[in-house]
Design a protein around this ligand. Structure first.
Ligand code: ADP
Ligand code: GN1
Ligand code: MG
Length: 362
């Protein structure tokens, strides 16, 4: 194990005795562990996370957002009698919501939400509807969070033109000599460069508003009840910050419409299943339609293409830069991920007219 979880557990005000801890989940950025304590003979689980401070340069600002969001959502869900609807952060020995270890890492701990699980691949249209409804409710519930604008935990996180510029820099440097392998992927992305700034331009003109968004609405960032399949809680809150609703809806299309994993090597398995898109749209509008403007709604189908292209651009940039950002588990992992994103963009483009027609009928 990379980290001494027993020592880390001493940094938090958690009652009982540490029993064990194991790596948990499939995230690309932070280190996540499921940790078990003995509390008077009962085993109680927690999630411990080491915040990746190369990615989140100001962990304290992340935790300030997170505690505000968890407090607000916790109040709302408890008022509805729902004890599992929001993440509960544990307090550290110094009274804040994070703690530093001796190596200067930032740690946080939260209650483990039991009898719920995540999915890396969508299993049914109903699941897509419920996940999208949960992310829509998440945005809706944060509309009235008190205390002013949230911190930007990663500046330019969903600034797609800036992501393209970074790709262009990586191409110019070609640090690892990998450019020759990826000419096709580079061309595909750069041919679509002009479309990347559409939403930010509308935002700058005041035609699409800034809201509080999650910004990482991967299907595996919502816990679903193990028995009923209903959405229990939206998790992974590091990137909750001001943004466009399209960041969230786009990432739902990216991660919840294809019947394949993000790193699938057989690209014939990667495509947008229209019924999943339809379920996402219906589910999301069930909870978000009340606050969305017509312009925001109009660009929901486009957001799928934009965010998939954006994440594909980031995977390709990281491949060219030598895999310094996303965790990789095999040779060419980021390139495989980039290729699935490109395949998915193609599939979205092929079905785009149909997607727009569906939107008009809802
Ligand atoms: P990452 O940034 O690495 O994706 P997440 O916050 O999404 O980290 O957590 C990783 C995994 O841990 C999730 O996919 C989920 O399965 C599990 N998880 C996270 N928080 C909780 C929680 N409060 N209760 C139960 N499981 C959780
Ligand atoms: C990362 O941490 P995780 O795995 O939920 C990344 C997202 C990407 C995603 C691609 C902070 O999310 O932006 O869309 O990988 N998070 C960060 O799978 O960069
Ligand atoms: Mg996650």
């Amino acid at each position: 194990m990379k980290h001494d979880l027993q020592t880390i557990s001493g940094l938090f005000r958690i009652p009982g005795l540490f029993i064990s801890g194991e790596p948990y989940g499939t995230g690309h950025i932070n280190d996540t562990y499921k940790v078990t304590f003995d509390q008077s003979g009962t085993r109680v689980n927690y999630i411990f996370q080491r915040i990746n401070h190369n990615v989140f340069k100001q962990p304290a600002a992340v935790m300030e957002n997170m505690s505000r969001v968890c407090t607000h959502l916790g109040q709302k869900s408890r008022a509805c009698g729902d004890a599992r609807g929001a993440i509960t952060l544990m307090t550290s020995q110094n009274g804040s919501f994070y703690a530093n270890d001796q190596e200067g890492n930032f740690w946080r701990a939260y209650c483990f939400i039991e009898n719920a699980r995540t999915f890396d691949i969508i299993e049914s249209a109903e699941q897509a509807r419920l996940a999208a409804q949960a992310f829509g409710r998440f945005q809706c519930d944060l509309v009235d969070i008190p205390g002013g604008r949230l911190n930007d935990t990663i500046p330019n996180f969903h600034n797609t033109p800036w992501r393209i510029e970074n790709l262009e820099k990586a191409i110019a440097e070609d640090k690892m000599g990998r450019l020759k392998e990826v000419k096709k992927e580079v061309d595909f992305i750069l041919e679509r460069k002009e479309e990347c700034g559409i939403l930010l331009a509308l935002n700058a003109k005041g035609e699409i508003p800034e809201r509080i968004t999650h910004n990482d609405t991967k299907l595996n960032n919502v816990l679903l009840d193990s028995d009923t399949g209903k959405a229990v809680c939206v998790i992974d809150l590091d990137t909750v910050m001001p943004g466009l609703v399209h960041n969230d809806f786009g990432d739902m299309i990216r991660t919840s419409t294809s019947p394949a994993l993000e790193d699938e090597k057989d690209l014939s398995k990667v495509y947008m299943q229209f019924e999943m898109f339809e379920a996402l749209l219906r589910g999301y509008l069930e909870s978000a339609a009340s606050f969305l403007t017509p312009a925001e709604k109009h660009y929901l189908p486009f957001s799928g293409k934009l965010i998939t292209l954006e994440i594909g651009t980031r995977f390709l940039t990281d491949y060219l830069e030598g895999d310094v950002y996303f965790k990789v588990h095999r040779e060419g992992h980021n390139l495989d991920r980039c290729r699935t994103q490109i395949k998915l963009v193609q599939s979205i483009e092929e079905q785009f007219d149909k997607m727009m027609k569906l939107l008009e009928t809802i």
